[in-house]
Design a protein around this ligand. Structure first.
Ligand code: NAD
Length: 309
């Protein structure tokens, strides 16, 4: 495994990060015992960064991850979130932030997390995030309940607006750098580098789009994105390759983020991520797949137009 420093924090995180949302059945029913084995396998193979949230499976992912991490806490870097508690349920008040961390710590069976992130801040009131949420998170840092703090979300403009108004240690951005999108590289990376902010790249498979099984029903992209991804997956199959492996490798190679979070809940997924990490991507194959995906590249939701992100 390789490790990179997360911005100016002292956290050295594995290039493959363990995205724990599938442990909460976000992508369909998963077996808790198998999820536990996947966590242990990941740790044995050197994956040390684990990302979860109270939102994933409405606390189920935190419960399961906490159980699986018993006895391993000292050797891993643990990140959870606050502010999002359901599909349309958000509360970024200081009061909720203080209660939320105590609930998360109980579920995660620990007395601190390495990183606490305000979850999907575009759904909150920016004034409140800047004047109340982030300062409350800094108080938790002073109390020793969290080591570092960050924000997460989809619209890069919102993430950058908040991070230029108040200091944060990390930004988690999803579906902005993979075979289907790259505006993280043009917009967020220069900003983060200038401010010494650590970057976490999530959803290398575009939340399940770049897979043979396809995206989950709740996925927000336009239907032409799924059609193009299906064609790309088929092209890979015909050439004895796997679209997911190619997509993962593409992200692991990207040096301007500290880690790439892959959603995993089975040993098979962990070994596939490791295999992608160990094999190099055929540049010609990457070019051909990108050509198939080109018509839907950097197509953003909900409207598909970047300026509306
Ligand atoms: P992803 O792109 O990793 O896709 C996950 C889906 O792909 C799951 O169905 C998983 O089983 C499947 N998958 C994983 N490896 C595969 C493989 N080798 N072959 C075929 N299918 C495979 O998306 P994600 O789970 O959304 O993102 C990863 C993690 O990033 C999340 O678990 C979460 O921790 C984090 N995240 C955070 C935010 C946020 O804070 N707003 C948003 C998105 C993701």
């Amino acid at each position: 495994m390789q490790y990179r420093l997360l911005g100016r924090t002292q956290l050295k995180v594995s290039v493959i990060g363990f995205g724990a949302s599938p442990l909460g059945n976000v992508f369909g029913e998963t077996d808790p015992k198998e999820g536990e084995r996947a966590v242990h396998m990941a740790i044995d193979e050197g994956i040390n960064f684990f990302d979860v949230s109270p939102y994933y499976g409405l606390t189920l992912a935190e419960e399961r991850l906490g159980k699986a991490l018993q006895g391993y806490r000292g050797s891993i870097v643990l990140s959870t979130k606050c502010g999002r508690y359901g599909t349309g349920e958000f509360d970024f008040s200081a009061r909720r932030v203080f209660a939320s961390i105590d609930e998360s710590l109980r579920r995660l069976r620990t007395d601190y997390v390495d990183l606490l992130q305000a979850h999907d801040i575009e759904f909150g009131d920016m004034k409140q995030i800047i004047e109340e949420t982030v300062p409350a998170m800094r108080q938790l840092q002073q109390q020793g309940k969290v080591r570092y703090i960050g924000v997460s979300g989809y619209p890069l403009t919102v993430l950058m607006r908040v991070a230029s108004s108040i200091s944060v240690d990390t930004i988690l951005s999803y579906c902005r750098y993979n075979l289907l999108a790259d505006d993280l590289d043009a917009d967020l990376v220069p900003f983060a580098e200038a401010h010494g902010i650590g970057l976490i790249n999530a959803s290398p498979l575009h939340m399940g789009v770049l897979t043979n099984q396809g995206a989950p029903a709740w996925h927000p992209a336009a239907s032409e994105v799924y059609r193009a991804a299906k064609e790309a997956a088929e092209f890979c199959r015909l050439h004895d390759a796997d679209i997911s492996e190619l997509a993962l490798r593409f992200c692991f190679d990207y040096m301007r983020v500290a880690t790439t979070l892959v959603g995993m809940a089975t040993q098979d997924r962990v070994s596939k991520s490791l295999r992608a990490f160990q094999t190099s991507a055929d540049p010609q194959m990457v070019r051909q797949v990108r050509a198939i995906l080109a018509p839907v590249f950097n197509q953003f939701w909900p409207s598909g137009r970047k300026e509306n992100q």
